[in-house]
Ligand binder design. Structure first.
Ligand SMILES: Cc1cc2nc3c(=O)[nH]c(=O)nc-3n(C[C@H](O)[C@H](O)[C@H](O)COP(=O)(O)OP(=O)(O)OC[C@H]3O[C@@H](n4cnc5c(N)ncnc54)[C@H](O)[C@@H]3O)c2cc1C
Length: 655
């Protein structure tokens, strides 16, 4: 390429290049480089083709390059940047044909001020050197950018997979289990386990989450800082300082592009890592925020360096008018807005506004990234691959959401207001999602707010059958009624038909909602409210909890819905649940589900608090080898339990 540039660019400052006999004023344009010579002109110009072929023959000899590679280069780059996806005219000769047309070695020597190429010539050694220096160093830097960026991508995706594998591998699983209480569960900021930081600054991280994030930031700092090299003299940058600054500028931009897919992957409800690992959706959402902040920082450094460099080079005024520059600004502004408009205070102020803004600015970001790269390099460097990956991950998530909704179809919900405390029970019949703990669903009520039919909210789901005091009995009645035993098929007994019990109607799912200030405020009793359900999703992997000898369930208020399914999934449960007086209706309504537990394994308190420390102490004294604790409820409760050394899981109703 240094040869092509040596001939086509001609000298230091002049990108217009040497003039051929067929050159015109209005040659083709590629990004920042304007050519006064068109591809067709190069393709048919004998002095150019023979000079280039001779130059390649001489200069490439020392590198022992295969003839096929030289031909490939010739086809792709001799008359334009085919490697960047730019359509160019094929040269009239192949490389070998052009070389064969060099009857005598050239003697005319171009120099840095040469303007015309009228006969076969030798490139100017000084021009060749400066082009060689910048182009080989650019190539080197491109390899570094991609190596470092892809390494971070692999580390970002690979860490959860690796740690999950270690947690399940026989040799390491017990070590990981012993480390969990110290690394995975405790918060790094005092009592802020689940509850928000003061002034809604955000949510505190657990030690495990902060280790991942610290590692990711560390990798970014290292990979942004190492392995720069200056090669002067240089055709593009007159000082070492500017040259290195340019490499940092390129690297920060490239790293932002490459880690972009992580940002989109972690945000998805249908993030494939949720299926491959035992990390929870709320953890991925937290990682999404932090990786996005790193992405934003890289983009900001990139943009600031671009301004400084262009000003130093004196090309700022011209650059700001370029399309690639404008799209770069658009993308940078979008990512800054996305980062700062996603704070907890915005989400608490209006979650729907946050979501809408997030979607709009994410689209702007993707479009900005695409055109920034395309206008600058066309398809050279493969930046569009990362934009396409981001868009694909996002689209996959959206399509999967629609598919989940479509699989369930439009249903009718029975909505019942329970008492005056703002508690609502929603029952949707005919859905069989099993009774595994930790399931939740996004619920759409398209008729509640017809202007925003897409609005949906996550709620824990309970199999309706679980709520019946005698649900096991009624299930068997149902089974008997709907599927007679094979042996009885031929015995037609009219008497038996007469006494056949009516099939029970408790197949379906139930959701309990505590009214809040948004969509849930509009919910009121209704026997047939249209509803769409997107799910089921799993909040946490409960595998380790369910393998404990004893499971202690601690719930506060509406948090009971997240842990109730454990009652049907473990043989040795203790449940402690406290509610305010206003939630007495909830206790009454769930009486049936609670019936299977008897005191002392059931401690339900109305109007008084649970003594978490005492509960934990009791379990320790009881001498169980492995105790699992699941907590679901107010943030303070989660924190108290978070100090435990047991297997621990939080069902936090927020992210
Ligand atoms: C996994 C999970 C399970 C949940 N299960 C239950 C449950 O069983 N019963 C129950 O009463 N509540 C549950 N919640 C909380 C419930 O989702 C919110 O209370 C509900 O979305 C509030 O709706 P709203 O429009 O009235 O909220 P608003 O009053 O507008 O917002 C209140 C808060 O709810 C949260 N929120 C609002 N919309 C969303 C959303 N689309 N996604 C995530 N969070 C949101 C935000 O933190 C917001 O600050 C659960 C939350 C999660 C994340």
């Amino acid at each position: 390429m240094a040869l092509v540039r040596s001939i086509s660019a001609g000298n230091f400052g002049c990108r217009a290049g040497l003039t051929l006999s067929c050159s015109k004023e209005d040659g083709g344009t590629l990004g920042m480089m304007t050519f006064s010579t068109s591809s067709a002109c190069w393709a048919e110009n004998t002095p150019y083709l023979t000079s280039l072929a001779w130059c390649m023959h001489v200069k490439c000899a020392e590198f022992d390059i295969l003839n096929s590679k030289l031909e490939l280069f010739w086809e792709q780059q001799a008359t334009g940047q085919g490697n960047a996806g730019v359509k160019s005219d094929p040269p009239k000769w192949s490389y070998n044909e052009a070389l064969a047309n060099v009857t005598t070695p050239p003697t005319v020597q171009l120099n840095a001020t040469s303007q015309y190429l009228n006969t076969i010539s030798l490139v100017s050694p000084s021009v060749y050197l400066v082009q060689w220096n910048i182009l080989t160093n650019t190539q080197r830097e491109t390899v570094n950018e991609n190596t470092y960026g892809i390494s971070m991508l692999i580390a970002g995706v690979g860490t959860p997979i690796l740690l999950t594998g270690l947690a399940y591998a026989p040799i390491t699983s017990s070590l990981i289990r012993r480390l969990k209480p110290y690394l995975v569960w405790p918060s790094i900021i005092g009592t802020y386990q689940v509850r928000p930081l003061p002034f809604l600054l955000g949510n505190a991280l657990t030690v495990g989450q902060s280790l991942y994030i610290a590692g990711f930031i560390f990798l970014n700092i290292i990979f942004t800082s190492i392995n720069y090299q200056s090669r002067q003299p240089n055709a593009w940058y007159s000082t070492k300082w500017r040259e290195i600054m340019a490499y940092v500028l390129w690297r920060t931009g490239a790293l932002a592009y490459i880690i972009g897919p992580l940002v989109f992957l972690f945000a998805g409800r249908n993030n494939f890592l949720l299926w491959l690992t035992n990390w929870s959706h709320s953890t991925y959402i937290i990682l999404h925020r932090w990786v996005a902040r790193v992405f934003c920082l890289q983009a900001l450094i990139h943009s600031i360096l671009a301004v400084i460099l262009e000003k130093e080079e004196g090309s700022y005024a011209a650059s700001v008018k370029e399309k690639y520059w404008v799209w770069g600004i658009v993308a940078t502004v979008a990512v800054v807005i996305l980062t700062f408009s996603s704070g907890l205070w915005v989400r608490s102020f209006s979650y729907e506004l946050f979501l809408l803004g997030h979607i709009v600015f994410s689209v702007i970001l993707l479009v900005g990234c695409w055109y920034h790269a395309t206008d600058l390099y066309h398809f050279l460097g493969g930046y569009q691959t990362w934009v396409t990956t981001m868009a694909s991950l996002w689209s996959f998530d959206r399509v999967a959401r629609v598919a989940r909704v479509a699989m369930v179809g439009l249903r009718r919900a029975k909505v019942t207001e329970l008492g005056d405390g703002g508690y609502i029970k929603i029952t949707v019949r005919g859905i069989r999602w099993g009774s595994e703990p930790g399931k939740y669903v996004y619920v759409y009520f398209p008729t509640i707010n017809p202007l925003r039919p897409w609005e949906n909210h996550p709620f824990s789901v309970l199999p309706t059958a679980l709520l019946q005091a005698n649900h096991s009995g009624s299930s068997s009645v149902s089974d008997a009624a709907t599927t007679p035993p094979a042996a009885d098929v031929e015995k037609h007994d009219p008497l038996r038909e007469q006494i056949k019990p009516v099939p029970h109607t408790d197949i379906g799912l139930t959701i309990y909602v505590k009214r809040s200030a948004g969509m849930t405020r509009s919910l009121s009793s209704n026997d047939s409210l249209p509803v769409l359900l997107e799910g089921p999703y799993s909040s946490n992997s409960n595998r380790d909890i369910l393998r404990c000898d004893r499971v202690l369930l601690i719930a506060g208020g509406i948090g009971i819905t997240g842990i109730l399914p454990f009652l049907k999934n473990h043989w040795n449960i203790k449940l402690a649940w406290s509610v305010k007086e206003s939630a007495k209706c909830l206790v009454d309504d769930l009486d049936g589900a609670m019936a299977q537990l008897a005191s002392p394994d059931k401690d339900v308190r109305v109007g008084s608090r649970i003594n978490v420390n005492q509960l934990l102490a009791e379990e320790i004294t009881a001498g169980w080898e492995r105790v699992g604790v699941v907590v679901s409820g107010p943030a303070e409760l989660c924190h108290d339990v978070g100090k435990t050394q047991f297997e621990f899981e939080v069902e936090a109703y927020s992210w």
